[in-house]
Design a protein around this ligand. Structure first.
Ligand SMILES: Nc1ncnc2c1ncn2[C@@H]1O[C@H](COP(=O)(O)OP(=O)(O)OP(=O)(O)O)[C@@H](O)[C@H]1O
Length: 571
């Protein structure tokens, strides 16, 4: 467990963790010794000279005081190390997540990672803060007591010692035999939490579909699976729990019977028998709690295994000697890209000279957005190469690559902060004048003027307090402020109101000026502003040329516009 914890966290935590474990073990030994001192105290008290009990009573008092102090220090140390590990874990996970390819963040991953990053990390780290001390106490204190018993009466000590391998074997067997069930329960638990997130996110769709009171079947199924998996894992751990209880009771009875027998034979005194029985009873409690602790420990172990899997996910490889491109032309050279076994981009080649605009047109699912994602290296190609300024994007330092590219997506995500903070994200060190100039060019200044708090207005989580068109303006202002030489644009497909549409188009026109642009275009008006057009279908470049050339060719592109324009013409 500790080894796994250190693998997930990194070796730098080994020393504080080892120190805490040693402190906890020492505390448990002193606790055991304090119980052991009851024997001489009682022996003297029951003996002929009870006043001889004073030195033992003093020693007993001192041991209790030392134990209390050690308990305080070791609990505090557990708490400090636990919180330090928690912080370390968050940093490690955050740093790693920031390096993973954007393409890794698919829909289901978001739920999984949010559960791991919140409850998962807390669960795993509670091992140190809350689980380690009881676990060590439940093992070390009884062992100390058994050692003391051996000193007073080897027969009774030996009887108790027999229990040690049995208890250890039961614990080990329970842990081993329920590994699969525990992992299954954790898996189902995570799935259900993901479904809860999905259920909350799907509220607008469910309500629009009139399913306000109907329960969400996927969530219901997931919760039923959790119930089934929990039942299976509880049943699997049950024989271990029952076995442990029976063993502890049997041992206690054996020590009791043997103690009485020895006392009747006169081998040991009544005081010894009494105290050994008290000690044996004291052993029983922590031993029985091992069942509960073991369950929690197995839960934490499976969370640690999940964290380990995420942390072992390889980020996109970084070039050993990165090259900085000096030009900003773009090139797709015989690119093949697959999602699983599905080929999404199939041997596509195209190029965009520096400062020119390429519009990508095609039916839904043709691979248009994927093309943009490959340019920004959200994924790596499976074959061929994507080049910026003649340099393979895999040979460019990831941060340098992102500095060359501004991206304006259809779905704009804004952080829960002020408008100014959201625009500044484009270039955090920009001056106020530059931020205001970018906002003006994106016609965001009109939006700001309408808001009571102006620049300081909060946009709400995800930008919920702004309209779709207003959010687009923020994202264009952000891109303008970034002032990158390459612009990737995924045109908004849903209709904007006329005022926003004009403003967004104006902003985009300013953003594109003098830059190398690849835009996924859904409107004829946008395509007409491009220097060249490629028509993509099934991941292939089917046609390529200027808008007028392709229209007059009367091929797939012309046909595509004829079909998409037909409803507009009818209106
Ligand atoms: N993360 C993913 N995992 C698996 N398949 C994916 C993933 N993302 C996209 N695809 C598939 O890749 C294909 C191309 O998707 P892409 O989003 O590039 O198409 P598009 O041309 O932009 O479509 P649209 O115009 O509808 O947005 C689609 O068939 C899609 O189902």
């Amino acid at each position: 467990m500790i080894r796994m914890l250190l693998r997930v966290l990194g070796r730098e935590y080994a020393q504080p963790l080892r120190r805490t474990v040693s402190l906890m073990a020492l505390t448990s030994v002193v606790e055991g010794l304090s119980y052991a001192l009851v024997v001489p105290v009682l022996r003297e008290l029951f003996g002929d000279t009870p006043e001889d009990a004073w030195p033992w009573l003093t020693a007993f008092g001192v041991t209790i005081a030392v134990y209390a102090a050690l308990r305080y220090v070791s609990d505090l140390s557990g708490f400090h190390v636990g919180t330090a590990l928690l912080r370390g874990m968050y940093h490690r996970l955050g740093d790693h997540l920031a390096r993973l390819p954007i393409g890794w963040y698919s829909g289901s991953r978001l739920g999984e990672v949010s559960v791991l990053a919140s409850r998962g990390v807390l669960d795993a780290m509670s091992v140190v803060a809350h689980l380690l001390a009881p676990l060590i106490s439940a093992s070390v204190t009884p062992l100390t007591i058994v050692a003391v018993m051996l000193a007073y009466s080897w027969q009774l000590g030996l009887a108790a010692l027999v229990g040690v391998p049995i208890v250890a074997a039961i614990q080990l067997w329970t842990a081993r035999s329920s590994v699969a069930e525990d992992a299954e329960r954790e898996e189902r638990d995570h799935e259900a939490t993901g479904r809860v997130i999905e259920f909350l996110q799907a509220q607008p769709v469910l309500r629009a579909g009139g399913r306000t009171t109907e329960r969400f079947r996927l969530l219901d199924d997931a919760l039923r699976d959790v119930e089934r998996a929990s039942r299976r894992s509880t049943f699997k751990a049950l024989p271990g729990a029952v076995g442990l209880t029976l063993t502890v009771q049997a041992l206690f009875t054996a020590v009791l019977v043997l103690g009485v027998h020895l006392a009747l034979d006169g081998d040991i005194g009544v005081a010894e028998v009494l105290t050994v029985l008290v000690l044996a009873a004291r052993c029983a409690d922590p031993l029985l709690s091992l069942t509960d602790i073991g369950g929690k420990q197995r839960g934490a172990r499976s969370v640690l295994a999940r964290l380990d899997t995420v942390l072992r996910t390889e980020p996109l490889p970084e070039a050993a000697e990165p090259v900085l491109p000096e030009r900003h032309d773009l090139e797709f050279d015989s690119v093949v890209f697959r999602h699983g076994d599905r080929t999404v981009i199939d041997n596509a080649s195209l190029s965009v000279p520096q400062g020119q605009r390429l519009a990508v047109v095609g039916p839904s699912g043709a691979g248009k957005s994927t093309l943009l994602q490959l340019l920004a290296r959200f994924y790596d190609v499976d074959a061929g190469a994507v080049r910026l300024g003649g340099v393979d994007v895999r040979d460019i330092d990831p941060q340098a690559l992102m500095a060359q590219i501004s991206i304006v997506f259809q779905n704009v995500y804004l952080f829960d902060g002020t408008i100014e903070e959201n625009v500044r994200l484009g270039r955090p060190d920009a001056t106020d004048a530059e931020v205001r100039a970018a906002a003006g060019a994106a016609r965001l200044d009109e939006v700001i003027a309408r808001l009571p708090d102006g620049w300081a207005a909060n946009v709400g989580e995800g930008g919920a307090l702004l309209s779709g068109g207003e959010r687009q303006r923020v994202s264009i202002a952000r891109a303008l402020l970034k002032n990158a030489p390459v612009v990737l644009l995924d045109e908004v497909t849903s209709a904007l109101d006329p005022v926003n549409e004009v403003a967004v188009h104006e902003g985009i026109e300013r953003l594109m000026a003098g830059r190398t642009v690849v835009m996924v275009a859904h409107r004829m008006r946008t395509v007409q502003r491009a220097d060249r057009v490629v028509f993509l279908d099934g991941g292939h470049v089917v046609e390529e040329g200027t808008h007028d050339e392709l229209l007059s060719r009367g091929g797939r592109y012309a046909n595509f516009w004829n079909i998409s324009m037909a409803p507009v013409a009818r209106d």
